[in-house]
Design a protein around this ligand. Structure first.
Ligand SMILES: CC(C)(COP(=O)(O)OP(=O)(O)OC[C@H]1O[C@@H](n2cnc3c(N)ncnc32)[C@H](O)[C@@H]1OP(=O)(O)O)[C@@H](O)C(=O)NCCC(=O)NCCS
Length: 391
């Protein structure tokens, strides 16, 4: 098996998927994706687009503007036709799945260099677009029970999660994200892309739009659930609707050495796990357990963790069940905030959290060795990946 290294990764800012307030409301999804490809190649001039074996791009909703977005944004951006692309859907973990596909291809010798990307525009392509559930599925699961908010409510109920703890999760996520943004910690990963402010003035979008600087426990206590009568999951405890794209260069280590490239991270392994779709949020529990089992590592061997916060309830239950901790702040988890604050452009997030994980390990935790990224996915599709800092 060949060793696989991640050379670099960049992303757009995550913006609100809102038709009058979203900073990228006047941009098409493919334009954002192409801008990210451009940013990645611009700062890695030794990697030539024509030498890429293929692009694997994660996108949860492959319809409308994000139909085969990995390929079509590549072509629309003027990139070489002979480079193949495969836009992958594994719901929220799609971007992580894209990395696993690329890594495994390299491991067995099918090409040296891959672009791994992720893109979702929840404004142009809303979550409800194009859904047509198989009638037979309703025999097994009530269709309403498969909606994301309902699954978050069920996890809170089954595990009896205290709403106060869930508010704390949102509080720390936003406070950490704001602190990281203010300290410029995301500057290495966010490619500035032109967007529009509330008044319609163009500006270069360099920061994530959703982070709530004014977050308070008191304000959150007054909020109610949009998902269920007398429910407990509020908008503050939900990852918000978001637009964003990211991309990274993944390469065979021997090829990277031949090109004289600088790299710090090795792909160790990934593991997918399926679970009850009506409680999709706890899928990282079996995925991480499987991955630890396969690698022979324990959770204590992991120095830094990125857990996508789809909802406060699932994130808390995952962290508790995996023995990572009981209540926020979790020392080694989402050190620069999570999706509750940064947003969650579905299929993009699985790749985005790996990029953020690498930046945290490089700057915040320079002595770290193993990093874990994991996320749940709609319909009970979870995924987890471990990377190793080797330089
Ligand atoms: C929860 C959800 C329905 C809310 O949508 P929305 O109503 O458009 O969201 P908003 O951001 O407008 O928030 C609603 C209200 O809560 C307020 N709010 C949100 N977070 C808050 C916080 N932390 N503190 C105080 N107020 C907050 C907003 O300001 C807004 O108030 P307003 O109506 O007075 O302006 C939507 O974000 C959602 O569906 N999220 C989940 C997405 C999902 O399923 N992803 C996949 C996961 S696997």
């Amino acid at each position: 098996m060949r060793e696989v290294v991640i050379i670099d990764g960049v992303r757009s800012a995550n913006t609100r998927a809102h038709k009058t307030k979203g900073w990228f409301r006047n941009k098409r999804a493919d334009e954002i994706m192409t801008a990210v490809y451009d940013g990645l190649f611009a700062r890695n001039p030794k990697v030539k687009p024509e030498d890429v074996e293929a692009v694997f791009c994660g996108t949860a909703k492959q319809v409308g503007q994000t139909l085969d977005i990995g390929r079509l944004a590549w072509l629309a951006g003027g990139y070489p036709e002979q480079v193949a692309a495969n836009t992958i859907c594994q719901q929220c973990p799609s971007g992580m799945s894209a990395l696993e596909h690329a890594a495994r291809a390299i491991m067995v010798g099918d090409g040296d260099t891959y672009i791994v990307a992720g893109c979702e525009d929840m404004l142009a392509v809303p979550m409800s677009m194009g859904i047509d559930f198989a009638p037979r599925l309703a025999v097994r699961y009530a269709p309403g029970a498969l909606t994301m908010g309902a699954t978050a409510e069920k996890v809170a109920e089954v595990y009896n999660v205290d709403p106060h703890d869930m508010r704390l999760m949102a509080l720390y996520s936003n406070q950490r994200a704001a602190a990281a943004r203010d300290a410029g910690k995301f500057d290495n990963e966010i490619i500035p892309i032109e967007g529009h402010d509330d008044e319609g003035n163009p500006f270069m979008v360099k920061t994530d739009q959703w982070i709530r600087d004014d977050i308070s426990m008191e304000a959150m206590e007054k909020m109610t659930s949009p998902f269920k009568e007398n429910g407990v999951i509020t908008a503050a405890m939900s990852s918000p609707l978001t637009t964003g794209a990211c991309a990274m260069i993944v390469m065979a280590r021997d090829k990277a050495d031949e090109l004289g490239l600088d790299y710090s991270f090795k792909y160790v392994r990934g593991a997918m796990a399926g679970n009850d779709p009506t409680m999709m949020g706890i899928g990282p529990i079996p995925a991480v357990r499987k991955l630890l089992d396969r690698t022979g590592l324990t959770i204590d061997d992991i120095d830094v963790i990125e857990l996508n916060e789809a909802f406060s309830s699932q994130a808390l239950v995952v962290l508790r069940e995996l023995g990572i901790g009981q209540n926020p702040p979790f020392e080694k988890v989402n050190m620069w905030g999570g999706a509750l604050a940064l947003g969650h452009p579905l299929g993009e997030s699985g790749a985005r959290i790996i990029i953020t994980l690498m930046n945290i390990m490089k700057t915040e935790k320079p002595d770290s060795k193993y990093g874990l990224a994991t996320l749940c996915g709609g319909f009970g599709n979870a995924n987890a990946v471990i990377i190793e800092k080797i330089k």
